[in-house]
Design a protein around this ligand. Structure first.
Ligand code: ATP
Length: 141
């Protein structure tokens, strides 16, 4: 069976760790970031890593992004960039689009665009750690 292919947009702390973990799990990952240094750091560890502006539709098309099974928008702080990248991934027809949100309103906007799954890493990690702190024997929540 063909390996699932992921495109990760934004190789900050969240995006880079997500991309590396997907690689460890045996999947193919294309990482995209406009920051040359970050892309260089990741280039030996991902299937492909490319310096590009993820809000440039022509660039995404030329990278063949439409053929990926899942796209993850791992841009948080720049809500405008996050939203534009998410719209483009949806319009290109990627089967599953996942996006990180930094606030409830940001998440609502992403949902309205049709993003398949919105994740709130800081909120979810806070909840998870709280559970671990009061349940010492709970290894993972
Ligand atoms: P993290 O917490 O994961 O480090 P962050 O929320 O602090 O991320 P962001 O500003 O959200 O940082 O950006 C995450 C990454 O997305 C950065 O490496 C940034 O260069 C990249 N990025 C932002 N906008 C674009 C864009 N239009 N095209 C490509 N990459 C982008």
């Amino acid at each position: 069976m063909k390996k699932q292919q992921f495109v990760v947009i934004g190789l900050g702390r969240f995006g880079s760790n997500l991309a590396l973990e997907l690689m460890d799990l045996g999947y193919e990952v294309l990482g995209i970031d406009r920051n040359e240094e970050l892309v260089e750091e990741m280039s030996d560890h991902l299937t492909h890593a490319v310096v590009a502006d993820a809000t440039d539709e022509e660039v995404l098309k030329s990278l063949g992004v439409r053929n990926f099974d899942c796209g993850i928008v791992a841009i948080g702080n720049d809500i405008q960039m996050s939203i534009l990248a998410a719209i483009l991934l949806k319009d290109l027809g990627i089967n599953t689009v996942v996006a990180k949100a930094i606030s409830v309103l940001h998440g609502r906007a992403l949902e309205k665009l049709g993003v398949d799954r919105v994740i709130y890493p800081e909120r979810d990690m806070g909840i998870r750690v709280a559970h671990q702190l009061v349940t010492p024997n709970l290894l993972d929540y």
